[in-house]
Design a protein around this ligand. Structure first.
Ligand code: IPM
Ligand code: MG
Length: 384
């Protein structure tokens, strides 16, 4: 419980921290040139719950796809252990110091889901490892594609990943009966995310970027996001920018007549979290969707779902669906400039998940195991 005066001090501290973050953003270098690296280091961090299982098979598939470069020493994989809930609790940190140092020694990271504590759980309510990693490595854009070709759905979501309700999500406070959380938007933070969304649209020949906010109610932070988008849109004359409120976007995504019109969408953090789960449901659920967390120096690729501890408790982790991690692996390959390999893996996944479907993962013994599905994907890669 805080006094009003202490609450004021907490807010002053948050402002100070955010100003320092803005200064760091403005000093930031350009994106890493992966092609120029003598050895590109891929950190593999299994996480917990079903994480280690689905991450292991994704690494196996990536090793297969990149085998000639691995043999030549141009690409190396490095295991990063210790991001389990038990170790995070034992260290009292969202990311233990040695794990963070190991992550920072890599260029890109393949990361399994990590359990996020919340009030009432049997462990202390420490910050989410995902959220901490996005902040620590300054992974400002969470890119989440959703595709259902036979329904004309081809969306790419650019979720802001270091600000919004998440920036100070562990710093809320209670003064008497009043609970307060903080939500944050910075000019530099909005600009770099929205710029990336427009650049992606331009690069991939898309002609529409939809900005999703609730700027009619959350006037200051969402208002900033929207006004920066309007300003940046002027630099992209071939692309139409439209603005939407998040509630109506949630509705229009289920409207078969309207949903095909969406192409690239840019959203503040929390709306991006919610809308991308909804969107993933169209392509078969969160188990099928990968996510790229992009920053200038680092990038991390993960599933969009959680660690499913219940599957492990019930001994079903061998049946976990690796597709989200395999889709994330496609994004990893693309990001490091291995576009040919990315397309080959994407094609193999489309055959296995959408077309031939010789094996299906159901999460139980009614379907195939995680490892069997990975072998199936590799067999298609071999055939291509
Ligand atoms: C996601 C997840 C995370 C988030 C959780 C696990 C903290 O839902 O990646 O979308 O809210 O960002
Ligand atoms: Mg989410």
């Amino acid at each position: 419980m805080f006094s009003s005066e202490e609450a004021g001090q907490r807010l002053a501290g948050i402002l100070q921290e955010q100003k320092a973050r803005v200064a760091a953003m403005l000093r930031q270098d350009d994106f890493v040139e992966y092609g120029a690296l003598p050895t590109l280091l891929i950190g593999v961090c299994g996480g917990d719950g079903i994480g280690p299982m689905i991450t292991r098979v994704a690494e196996e598939v990536l090793r297969f796809v990149l085998r000639s470069e691995v043999e030549a020493g141009r690409v190396a994989f490095r295991p990063i252990n210790g991001l389990t809930i038990e170790n995070r609790i034992a260290c009292g940190k969202a990311i233990p110091g040695d794990v963070l140092a190991a992550l920072k020694a890599c260029h890109v990271i393949l990361k399994g889901p990590t359990t996020t504590p919340r009030a009432g759980d049997p462990w202390p309510n420490i910050e989410s490892a995902n959220v901490a990693m996005r902040k620590e490595l300054d992974l400002f854009a969470n890119v989440r594609p959703v595709k259902v070709p036979d329904q004309g759905i081809d969306w790419v979501f650019f979720r802001e990943n270091t600000e919004g309700a998440y920036a100070a999500g562990s710093l809320g406070l209670e003064v008497g009966d009043v609970a307060v959380d903080f939500t944050i938007a910075t000019t530099a933070g909005c600009r770099r995310l929205i710029r990336l969304a427009f650049e992606h649209a331009k690069k991939t020949g898309r002609d529409r970027v939809s900005i999703v906010t609730k700027a009619n109610v959350i006037k200051t932070t969402d208002g900033k996001f929207l006004s920066i988008a309007k300003e940046l849109a002027k630099d992209y004359p071939g692309i139409t920018m439209d603005d939407w409120y998040v509630d109506i976007v949630a509705a229009k995504l289920v409207d078969p007549k309207r949903r095909r019109d969406f192409q690239v969408l840019a959203l503040p953090n929390l709306y991006g979290d919610i809308i991308t789960d909804e969107a993933a449901e169209f392509q078969g659920g969160v188990g099928t969707a990968g996510s790229a967390n992009i920053g200038a120096r680092y990038a991390m690729f993960e599933a969009i779902h959680g660690s499913a501890p219940r599957m492990v408790e019930e001994g079903r982790d061998v049946y976990a669906d690796p597709c989200s991690m395999l889709r994330a692996s496609v994004m990893l390959l693309e990001h490091i400039g291995r576009v040919r390999q990315a397309r080959a893996l994407e094609r193999a996944l489309d055959i296995c998940m959408l077309e031939e479907k010789k094996l299906t993962v159901t999460g139980r013994d009614t379907g195939c195991t995680c490892a069997e599905f990975a072998d199936y994907v590799i067999s298609k890669l071999n055939a291509s």
